[in-house]
Design a protein around this ligand. Structure first.
Ligand SMILES: [Zn+2]
Length: 479
């Protein structure tokens, strides 16, 4: 298990930055060509490896056009091929779900899983159709990254204690030296991301020796429900991810709603400035238009703020998951990686985008922390877990933070009620992970109906009523 660490450049000189940007943009062309040639069934789908691509390109001279050093384009080919493969793998996850929905026959399922895994879906009409549906042909959008192999970089600390990272430039034996703001030297393969005049150095470290990985997990089985104001609520009613009180509940809720407000306000302001700039340009006042665009419509500040916000939310969510794992040997949760049915585009809606992103981070944190600390993560079908009462199973009414069950006459804390339902799904004999929504609904209805009809029928049946009428002082049971 590894985790990603990021180091940042500190006051990097503009000339060096420009040179790195040029290198990244040339490598972007390498990526584009990989996607274009091998991004479909004919490429990764046919089992082609990055080594084979390298050999082909060396043989036919494709590599000459890029104008970068050999190691740089070769590493980039490897990286881009891995992106293509990841794109394919995520499509297969969706197709696997479709298979489990289509058939319950274990032999048939196995046959299709095997065909999918071995990339032989084209021969099966159902698999071919599903792959076409889920495997969208991608294209490269990365033009600001440089991947540096582990043996191609080094670090030195200068007399003033400043750490410098040296990476290859566009010319042989001419390293570019980047001053870093951290004192910990990045190790292994590096991914340099160039953003707003600053270099982010992404690298992986082994998580097994991190202090948080050595924290023991608990010994219980705990269900969790992802929330919006709290990162997580567990089946004991523990709410993780924020202090309480205030308009938006927990700290995560506050972070997300203030970010949402900020983004909306910023978008509004930028739209206004853009229209002023356009008007000025229309009038022929290009100097003014240019001034507004470069001074007020830049992306540097915007991206730094966004990065800071992302880091804060991640910290909240990971802290919440750690607290659940403190008491759990097994965490039962909804599968949050599942995409929303219909693949609806999120569009410009700020809140929905934030919620979708938060969900992804929660999924990542659950997997990552469980794996590092040795707890098990069990995914269950979460359909209707927030609408049904965990005690009697009937559908109730949710209003804000509260869940009201008219049958029990009880008000539960809504997220805790959902978390208990999720926990119970782990042992549910009828509701499996991929049981479709409408079936889950039917199963839940049948259960409560059975419950409802069994009792009254005994008492109101003609025989019972008759007996009761004849023996007014004796209960039906004693007969
Ligand atoms: Zn109830």
């Amino acid at each position: 298990m590894t985790v990603t660490r990021i180091a940042y450049s500190d006051r990097l000189n503009a000339g060096k930055y420009t040179a790195l940007v040029e290198q990244a943009s040339r490598l972007g062309r390498v990526r584009s060509l990989v996607w274009q040639r091998y991004g479909s069934i004919a490429g990764v789908g046919s089992g082609l490896t990055d080594r084979q691509v390298r050999d082909r390109w060396l043989a036919d001279g494709t590599h000459v056009q890029f104008g970068v050093l050999a190691n740089a384009w070769k590493e980039t080919v490897r990286d881009a091929m891995a992106d293509v493969a990841a794109n394919l793998a995520s499509a297969k996850v969706e197709v696997r779900r479709a298979i489990t929905r289509r058939t319950t026959d274990p032999v048939e399922r196995k046959r299709m899983f095997t065909a999918l895994k071995a990339d032989r879906w084209a021969v099966d009409p159902f698999l071919a159709r599903q792959m076409r549906k889920h495997w969208k042909r991608g294209r490269n959008r990365t033009h600001d990254q440089i991947v540096v192999r582990a043996d191609q970089h080094n670090t030195v600390t200068d007399a003033r204690g400043r750490l410098w990272l040296a990476v290859p430039g566009l010319q042989r034996r001419k390293m570019v030296k980047i001053p870093l703001s951290s004192t910990v030297a990045p190790t292994g393969t590096l991914r340099l991301m160039l953003r707003g005049g600053r270099v982010e150095v992404h690298y992986q470290i082994d998580a097994s020796q991190m202090r948080s990985s050595l924290r023991p997990c608990g010994d219980r089985t705990v269900g969790v429900d992802k929330g919006y104001t709290e990162a997580l609520t567990d089946s004991d009613g523990g709410r993780h991810g924020g202090r309480h009180g205030g308009r938006h509940g927990g700290r995560l809720g506050q972070l997300l709603s203030s970010e949402s407000d900020r983004l909306k306000e910023r978008n509004r302001r930028r739209a206004k400035l853009r229209s002023i700039a356009n008007t000025a340009a229309g009038r022929g006042d290009h100097a003014k238009a240019h001034r507004i665009r470069s001074n007020n419509l830049g992306t540097v500040k915007r991206e730094r703020q966004a990065a800071r916000h992302r880091a804060r939310v991640r910290t909240e969510i990971f802290t919440a998951v750690h607290r659940v794992v403190d008491k759990a040997a097994t965490v039962v949760a909804e599968d949050l990686t599942k995409r929303i049915a219909g693949r609806k585009r999120l569009g410009k809606n700020v809140n929905r985008r934030l919620a979708a992103w938060t969900k992804g981070v929660t999924a990542e944190a659950l997997t990552n922390v469980s794996e590092r600390r040795g707890s098990a993560l069990v995914h269950v079908n979460a359909a209707y877990t927030s609408q049904a009462c965990h005690r009697c199973g009937r559908f109730g009414r949710r209003s804000g933070d509260r869940f009201h069950c008219t049958a029990c006459g009880v008000v539960w804390q809504a997220d805790m009620n959902a978390a208990i339902n999720i926990l119970q799904r782990a042992g549910d004999p009828d509701i499996a992970l991929h049981t479709p929504h409408h079936k889950v609904r039917q199963i839940l209805r049948d259960r409560t109906d059975r419950h409802r009809t069994r009792l009254p029928v005994q008492d109101s049946s003609p025989a019972t009523a008759e007996r009761r009428a004849n023996n007014p002082n004796r209960s039906a049971m004693s007969n």
